[in-house]
Write a protein that binds this ligand. Sequence first.
Ligand code: DLZ
Length: 161
Amino acid sequence: MKKTNLSEYDSTAVPDGNGYRIGVIAAEWNPEVTGALLKGAVDTLREHGVKEENILVRHVPGTFELSSAADMMLRHQNPDAVICIGCVIQGETRHFEFICQAVSQGITNVALKHERPVIFSVLTTDTMQQALDRAGGKHGNKGIEGAVTALKMIAYRQSLL
Ligand code: DLZ
């Protein structure tokens, strides 16, 4: 499926989130981007029936911390899914590669360990403009995509139980 806009989806294909408990963890780095992604995710969860008290919002210093924070939240608060929100922008240093590699592998490991959806709403871009374009700009909002993915993956897991 080729998607041109991260905010476009078929709302009739999204499960009702009433009764779901979902964590949303956002990195503080590049807050103009992660704040917009967080808003997109939370608004979308609300629109699809997730109750306010069942949306667990937390912040961590940087994208690198997202996987360990998701692991802690799953262990101590037992949500149905966790959406991890971050933004890493390519710079002069190799930090970019280390952080992107660590968070993508870390999120995968946490999802497999807990058998819960852990969603990768992390933008990894060359420039700030490319990130803003995907945080409510011309390419939509990756936080919205993350919320829709979380709802679908919770329903997928429940369909197997
Ligand atoms: C150190 C660092 C750098 C250089 N760049 C980013 C970034 O673009 N986005 C981001 O979310 N975090 C960055 N960080 C911070 C790391 O994610 C992490 O918080 C620190 O290395 C401490 O573990």
